[in-house]
Design a protein around this ligand. Structure first.
Ligand SMILES: [Mg+2]
Ligand SMILES: [Zn+2]
Length: 186
C-alpha cells in the first residue's frame, strides 16, 4: 500500500484569497515559497501527493466546475515543470448544505483517494492551514500538520505538527517518519 501526504490548496500551495474571496483564475494563483521543494521531497520519499480542497465558489456559481478543473490542471502542470509531482487533485464543489460527504472536515476526499490510489491512511498525513484540515485528517485517521503564521504552541492545537510553512512541516514530518517508533506502524 502507498502512503500519502494530503495537501490543502489555499494557504498551503498558493497564497490565499482575501477573507471571503476565492481563487478562481490562474492569474491570481501564486505558489508560496518552498512549495516546489517540499513536494519534490515528498516525491523522493515515496509519498503520493494529493491535493484536497473545498471550493464552494462552484456552488456559489462564481466559477464552473470545468474552470476549476482547468485551474487544477494548470497548477499540476506548473508544479511538475518545477520538479514537483502532484498525483491527484480532489475538490469538493458543494455548499455547506445539504451536507455532502466530501466537504472538509468530512473525510470523503481522503477516503476516495485512498481507494483510488491504494493508500494506507494510518501512515498518511493531512497538511493544512486551518483547524478544519486538521479535523479532516483526524476523521480519516491520518497524522496531521497545521501551518500557521501565528505562534501557536503544540498544546493549543490537536495537530501532530505545528509549522510555519509547508517546507517546515515536511522537514518535521520526514524527521518523525525516520524514527523507529513510526517506522513499525507502516
Ligand atoms: Mg487553506
Ligand atoms: Zn462535497
Amino acid at each position: 500500500m502507498n502512503r500519502a501526504v494530503f495537501l490543502d490548496r489555499d494557504g498551503v500551495i498558493n497564497r490565499k484569497a482575501p477573507e471571503g474571496g476565492y481563487i478562481t483564475r490562474w492569474e491570481d494563483f501564486h505558489v508560496l515559497p518552498g512549495v516546489f521543494e517540499s513536494i519534490a521531497i515528498l516525491n523522493q520519499a515515496g509519498f503520493c501527493v494529493i491535493v484536497a480542497t473545498n471550493q464552494r465558489c462552484v456552488a456559489k456559481s462564481l466559477v464552473s466546475a470545468a474552470e476549476v478543473a482547468k485551474l487544477h490542471e494548470k497548477m499540476t502542470d506548473f508544479l511538475a515543470q518545477h520538479g514537483a509531482r502532484v498525483d491527484a487533485v480532489y475538490c469538493c464543489p458543494h455548499e455547506l448544505t445539504p451536507v455532502c460527504r466530501c466537504r472538509k472536515p468530512a473525510p470523503g476526499m481522503l477516503l476516495d483517494a485512498a481507494r483510488d490510489h491504494n493508500i494506507d491512511l494510518n501512515v498518511s498525513w493531512m497538511v493544512g492551514d486551518s483547524d478544519i484540515d486538521v479535523l479532516t485528517g483526524k476523521n480519516a485517521r491520518c497524522k496531521t500538520a497545521l501551518l500557521t503564521a501565528a505562534d501557536v504552541q503544540a498544546s493549543e492545537s490537536s495537530a501532530d505538527i505545528i509549522a510555519h510553512s509547508l517546507l517546515d512541516a515536511i522537514q518535521k514530518m520526514v524527521g518523525r517518519i525516520s524514527k523507529p517508533s513510526v517506522m513499525t506502524r507502516g
